[in-house]
Design a protein. Sequence first.
Lengths: 355, 607
Amino acid sequence: MSYIAKPSAHHPALPRNALGLTRRDYEGSMSTLCAGCGHDSITAAIIEACYEMDLPAHRIAKISGIGCSSKAPTYFLSRSHGFNSVHGRMPSVTTGANMANRDLVYIGVSGDGDTASIGLGQFCHAVRRKLNMTYIVMNNGCYGLTKGQFSATNDKNSPSKKGEANPFDAIDLCQMAIQLGAGFVARSFSGDKRQLLPLIQAAISYKGFAFIDVISPCVTFNNHPASTKSYEYVRQHNMASENKLDYVEPKEEITTEYDEGTSTSVELHDGSHLMLYKVGEGHDPRDADMAIHTIRTNASKGTIVTGLLYVNEEQQDLHDVLGTRLAYVWNQNTLPMSELCPGSKALEGINARLR
Amino acid sequence: MSGINDFVIKFATVNGSGSASANTMVAKTLFRMGIPVSPKNIFPSNIQGLPTWYEVRVSEAGYLARRDGIDLMVAMNPQTYAEDLAEVVPGGWLLYDSSMPRIWPRDDITLLPIPIAHICAKQWTDARQRQLFKNMVYVGALVELLSMDMEALKGVISDQLKGKEKLMAANLQAVELGRTYAREHFSCPLSIHARPAEGAKGKIMVTGNDAGGLAAVYGGATVCAWYPITPSTSLAEAYEKYARRLRVTKEGKRLYGIVQAEDELAAIGVAIGGGWNGARSFTATSGPGISLMSEFLGLAYFAEVPVVLFNIQRGGPSTGMPTRTGQPDIISCAYASHGDTKHVLLFPSNPTEVFSMGAEAFDLAELLQTPIMVMSDLDIGMNDWMTDPFTWDDSREQSRGKVLSAEQLEAFKTVKGKPWGRYLDVDGDAIPYRTLPGTHPSMGSFFTRGTSHDEYARYTEDGRIHARVIDRIRRKFDTAATVVPKPEIETRDKNSKVGIIYFGATRPAVIEGLDELERTGVRLNAMRLKAFPFNEDVKAFCAAHDQIFVLEQNRDAQMRSLLITEADIPATKLIPALSYDGMPTTAAFVRKTVLAHLQPEKAAAAE
């Protein structure tokens, strides 16, 4: 039995957010992933982000593909509708859901096999469509559920548990996302909640395609010392150039002192801000070319840049592109069939043109 | 046999030469004269240069099936002269461009030589005009040869040139050149010609794909995702055309969204995402797309997500014949996807039914919470059909099925006596209640998945629960059989034990074929299937007949297989009648197939 419900009772003194909800109200069922799995830390960060942002959980849709990562949505936000679709196809399902109702928050969860291999095409086209969603890849460089095969994001020469070196170059999803026109691109590490939390909050606030590639070690198959996706390796090689970063909610005032020379403030569509401290040498996340340069030069040195890599403050989303400019919920709650069906009179006119 | 208001003209031209619109004008003109016509465009998978044909059957009696035996061939393509010549019936006519000397090795037909290229070269200097107006010159000649109504033709040309009115005069000039030449050189009209009639009065002329796009607008679809594939492309384009006209609010809000997806996998994924999130949602595709969409169709079946799919069938297997018609996807659609899956199929027989069944498909998808496939084909989808006008009952209730509001969720246990479970059958019809994202702050959320789940949508690996859930979904199929359209039964002789089962585009061929048989004393009762699963009427018809022809446009008698396995009809009763050359089936095929079986000696003698 892989479904374990959590007891719903909780301590009465747990703190509550503006909606009167506790963190427990944002949890899901018990995780069935391996103990120590990086994915569980990302789950915890998503729960924390939604709690802190006072998001009504039922206004969030969580959608995934297939794999360990895609199981994760069961473990957070049990008050949200979830859709565990087919392998590599989360982006298309999310596109349809978003077209049907633009007023929900869409969190897509995928893995490196789900996104960089079987779903690479769908990933590219969701980016290109500027779908308003938060796309999180739980990236461990391997196929966990089928017992540890390399995935397309595993670094070249990084060996498997049995010691075989990976002969192929890795696909860097962040570089791809930037090149394809994603508006918000970040990389993070499941072991760095201090960095991951504000990135998730900012991604949710961002209107447009927000992508976070989270390196999330697979404790069972890809956490040996020689793996470049292990906790140890990532901790040692993490160029957390923007590790110190704050998410400031729209309602909050920016109270902290920020040093002009070492911080950048990025305003998001909902009025919230992302304060970025000391970005790596000369890195401006609003410059796509520089972002790609920073990723590549660090990769060549064996270091991993994490943090907000790129943000386009003026991106349109799919509804803007399609010309459905005003918010409109296309479901039965707000749009009755009578408004959608043109009726018999219009049909007479159509028949007349076909005579 | 042929005569006034009863003949077939065939145009043999080169793809991309502008002939298609000229040929359509001829068909439309005859239609506006009130004469039933049935045009068939036989085109290559090509944009320019390959042979293409356009047949127009004219039948005052109202027979709209394709008919072999060409009375008048307009032979404009030297590539195909030999085969085009061979198709003309003895005593028929062949019109050709005589600018270059040609030899036609037949003396049993009448030649109608017109130096079309010379006429155009004399009149126009621009190379493109010289080419395009060639078509209008032969149209002009046909006006005289066939007694076509010039005013009707003018109206048709003017409709086609909407937005390009400047071209009207030159087009009419070309028509006049053709008319004059024909009058001066031939005895007009020919014995086959047109005269105003009543049979087409009140009818419309439209393609099934145009009707399908309109059906999606009337059916309330707000999400459309598609990937270009012949012959389905024009359905999505028609949806966009009609939605732009009919689905924009006064404030300029678009009440529809269309995504041209990156492939068919994404197209069905988008459609399913939309259906899951409360929209009426659809895609359109053809055979290869069905193969690609199959995994997702299994998900929608098992997770019970409403979605509509228009399958405009073409010749398979593999890429097959992309521009020829067929009904080869019956099995692949009925059982699309791995595991135990079954899908509801609807079989419209003409554009009017594509409209009515297409709109109904959206109701059925939500009622049954499952994919509904509208099984059209290239013949219905891309050819113009003379058909009954579209109708809509404004009092019709377009039910969204069992979808719970926040209030209904809260009252569920009190009203139904059971707590709500996404996959719980509380009404005994095997249809559970669904909820949409965003409905209630603390109730009704669930996890949709293609992995096995219990009645409360929780993941399970307990085989007993799995079996219980898929049994319930199978029972839902029994409910489906009671709500899908019933077959149309035509009893020609209540004592006859011989019947024919058919569906879709073969309807005109069957009606005409059975009429011809009846004139020779052979009476068959007919049942036209409109849907799968089969309901009781289907079984009753089969029980009442001993010999039943099953007419279908595929090699493997797929519908027959479905009748055997799904309705328990004895295989020995069901006689396959299979036409799969990619062309619309003819009445002659129906007649010959039936006679070959019922009167083998006579049929052999007649051959």
